[in-house]
Design a protein around this ligand. Structure first.
Ligand SMILES: N[C@@H](CCC(=O)N[C@@H](CS)C(=O)NCC(=O)O)C(=O)O
Length: 210
């Protein structure tokens, strides 16, 4: 069975948990406390030298880190990854955007708000992250104002990837009021067959819906 090393509070991990549930793929969850530094201890570093969750262990014992690489692997041959060459590249396009232009701002501000205090020294950094986070939301809005999902008519791993931190962007202080396309897109997710909320159904999944 697939084994997922993950922390319940991680949005990067939630991407993978959400896809596993949407695809109704059974998996065993191994909880790792990232805040307490468990990912930086030798037993975990032996599995992922980059010291981060999520980490997928395949049936043959090989390890795959990086949330978006895991999504790509799991979605192969399913409705969440199109067959068309350009569409597949577009899914990757959005996932690289997520890692470079979205997650470092929207996820990091959420983390800072929950775990640190703003100080006069960090005020400028916070404001810069906020501006760049809104820039990322504006990019998403341009697409989602005109279509239901990032690739068009159907949800894909591009949507799963970007949903994880966008739907909790308010926890980082982001106001989505001006992004009606993004808000409507967020509201579509709970209607997907197999949807699992962030923080919900963290226990091992037996392939049936709870
Ligand atoms: N690019 C990675 C980022 C993973 C990441 O930042 N994981 C965090 C939790 S969200 C982590 O493991 N932090 C613990 C640490 O860095 O020690 C991915 O998308 O999987």
């Amino acid at each position: 069975m697939l084994k997922l090393y993950d922390d319940r509070d991680s949005g990067n991990g939630y991407k993978v948990r959400l896809l596993l549930h949407l695809l109704e793929m059974p998996y065993e969850l191994v909880e790792v406390d990232a805040i307490r530094g468990e990912t930086r201890k030798p037993p975990f570093l032996a599995k992922n030298p980059n010291g981060r969750i999520p980490l997928l262990e395949l049936e043959d014992g090989s390890f795959l880190p990086e949330s978006n690489a895991i999504l790509f692997y799991l979605a192969e041959g399913t409705r969440y990854l199109p067959d068309d060459r350009l569409e597949r590249a577009r899914a990757l396009q959005w996932m690289f955007f997520e890692q470079y232009s979205h997650e470092p701002y929207i996820a990091v501000l959420r983390f800072w708000k929950r775990h640190t205090d703003k100080t006069p020294e960090t005020e400028l950094q916070w404001r810069d992250r906020e501006k760049r986070g809104y820039d990322a939301l504006a990019v998403m809005e341009r697409t989602l104002a005109g279509q239901d999902w990032l690739l068009g008519d159907a949800p894909s791993i591009a949507d799963v990837s970007l949903y994880a931190y966008t739907h909790v962007a308010d926890q980082g202080g982001f106001d989505l009021a001006a992004y009606s396309g993004v808000r409507a897109w967020i509201e579509r997710f709970p209607g997907l067959k197999g949807y699992a909320p962030f923080g919900g159904r963290l226990r091992d999944h037996d392939g049936r819906r709870a």
